[in-house]
Write a protein that binds this ligand. Structure first.
Ligand code: ATP
Ligand code: MG
Length: 508
């Protein structure tokens, strides 16, 4: 007598079907789980046994075998408890086995039979909906599952509620789709930053087109402060972007209150972050910071302090928008379409170029410090601006600048122009922002006036601009034009501003 329950395993963002088969047979009493389970899955038999005991049920004195097919797919996580328990209940004849066939099941069991939240409910719900199945998930995760579509969702608080529903003694209603409000973080307003007009403008251009930005300046000039203002001016997430991001956050198990993410992510990992923490991976593969920043911003403060290997590992995701984690038995992919915002001092003492303050090792120390950022990584930075120190007099005298709200409105308008432009070209669904435009579409949207072209050609020749650098200048110029109303052709002004943001070689 075999009872079967459908569940899933995760490989990156991909959902793989897993068939949990439970058999009761004669022989000495035993309880075995086979099918490449990891430690959390192997421990699941203790939780299942205790949860059934809490309901007043004891396991039959028989040989219980749980097989998780396919056997060559490794099963990680604690969400297999509920499918195993339901399979057992089916095999024991407590619930009708055929009732379970149409459901995909995931959930972790406590010893008292309550069902604990697990990660990955949203991608599972989307998978179930696509495969015309329904879903059983923990109560707290019901809010995220409900976004997946019309599928039927059971989100019980505990195992008893679920058994009663299946047997018709109680009805569980479908959970409501929820939005996570998230914590109310204090975001400083850009009007609080005194002076620094060039840096503010660069921040606006970067936010409008999704360009990578590097702020360089002495200590205390306001680099971290400028970057922390960014969440206040970023455009809101579109519904599609919110769903994509929520899938990643769901897999990482950080979706707050089981609802969809509403705000564009702003992730600021500390410079001691390891490569798996940033890119993804680890013993139990999880999305890294770059994937948690999908469709949003990754802020790396004190850029040269990150380990060299970690920084170099950013190169591929910055180009492709994906994080690929290679494992011995699988290649795992997470989306990582993020915008890099970084800040650094020009040298170790921080005061390079200031004759009063710089240390005796200048300019050598500046070259050493800046060369920690490799050429290829620097080539991927579209906008690089210097953030000079502000004097105390300036701090006291300069009137408050433009509030974030006004800047955010200009950015939102520029994003709308981009959205409409890319939507009009249906075969180019990949890019929705200028920073991701490439190939033929980039050529189409960056036609230049003759004098603008001359200017760019001269600059490219003098500074030996790479092909990537050339395209990046064009993308930034496109965004500047979009901030000015979205003219079809790029003029000299747009190109010269974009060129001024391009860093060529090391500065000392
Ligand atoms: N332009 C500015 N306008 C107003 N306040 C400023 C400005 N620059 C710095 N400050 C003040 O100085 C504090 C420190 O600034 P911030 O942390 O941004 O410096 P930083 O450039 O990141 O320095 P470091 O290189 O040491 O990290 C801010 O919290 C703010 O109080
Ligand atoms: Mg700082």
């Amino acid at each position: 007598m075999v009872a079967r329950v459908n569940t899933v395993a995760f490989q990156g963002i991909e959902v793989k079907p897993v068939d949990v088969q439970v058999q009761l047979s004669g022989g000495l009493p035993a309880f075995n789980i086979v099918g490449l389970p990891d430690k959390a899955v192997a421990e699941s038999k203790e939780r299942v046994r205790a949860a059934l005991h809490a309901l007043g049920l004891s396991l039959p004195p028989k040989r219980l075998t749980v097989n998780m097919a396919p056997a060559d797919l490794s099963k990680e996580g604690s969400h297999f408890d509920l499918p195993i328990a339901l399979g057992l209940l089916g095999a024991m004849g407590i619930i009708p086995k055929e009732e379970l066939e149409e459901y995909v099941v995931l959930g972790e069991l406590s010893l008292d039979a309550t069902i604990r939240p697990v990660s990955g409910v949203l991608p599972t719900a989307i998978y179930a909906n696509e495969n015309k199945r329904n879903l059983i998930c923990p109560k707290i995760c019901g809010g995220e599952a409900a976004w997946a579509g019309e599928l039927d969702i059971l989100a019980p608080h505990d195992l008893l509620q679920l058994i009663n529903h299946i047997k018709g003694a109680q009805v569980l209603s479908r959970p409501e789709a929820a939005i996570a409000e998230g914590e109310a973080l204090h975001i400083p307003d850009l009007s609080e930053v005194k002076g620094q007009e060039t840096a503010k403008r660069a921040l606006e251009v970067a936010a409008a087109g999704g360009h990578n930005l590097l702020l360089i300046g002495p200590p205390g000039s306001g680099k971290s402060m400028l970057a922390s203002c960014l969440p206040g001016i970023l455009p809101p997430l579109s519904p599609k972007e919110a769903l994509e991001l929520s899938m990643v956050h769901s897999l990482a198990g950080i979706l707050p209150e089981g609802g969809l993410v509403r705000h564009r992510p702003f992730r600021a990992p500390h410079h001691s972050a390891s490569q798996p923490a940033l890119i993804g991976g680890g013993q139990k593969v999880k999305p890294g910071e770059i994937s948690l920043a999908h469709n949003g911003v990754l802020f790396l403060d004190e850029l040269p302090e990150f380990s060299r290997a970690t920084l170099e590992a950013l190169r591929q995701p910055l180009e492709t928008g994906d994080a690929l984690v290679a494992r011995a038995n699988a290649h795992i992919r997470y989306p990582a379409n993020f915008q890099l915002i970084a800040a650094m001092n020009p040298c170790r003492c921080g005061y390079l170029g200031d004759p009063e303050m710089e240390c005796t090792k200048a300019p050598r120390c500046g070259l050493d410090y800046q060369s920690k950022i490799s050429g290829p990584l620097m080539d991927r930075i579209d906008i690089c601006v210097e953030v000079p120190p502000v004097s105390v007099i300036e701090l006291q005298d300069i009137a408050a600048g433009e509030p974030s709200e006004k800047i955010a409105a200009r950015i939102a308008a520029a994003r709308q122009i981009q959205e409409d432009r890319f939507a009009a070209r249906e075969n180019h669904t990949r890019s929705r922002i200028n920073a991701r435009a490439d190939g033929k579409i980039l050529e189409e949207i960056t036609v230049m006036e003759p004098e603008a072209k001359d200017l760019l050609n001269r600059f490219a020749e003098q500074n030996r601009l790479s092909a990537r650098g050339y395209h990046r200048v064009l993308r930034v110029a496109r965004t500047i034009a979009d901030l000015n109303g979205g003219a079809d052709r790029l003029g000299k002004n747009e190109i010269s501003e974009a060129i001024s943001y391009r860093r060529v070689g090391l500065k000392s």
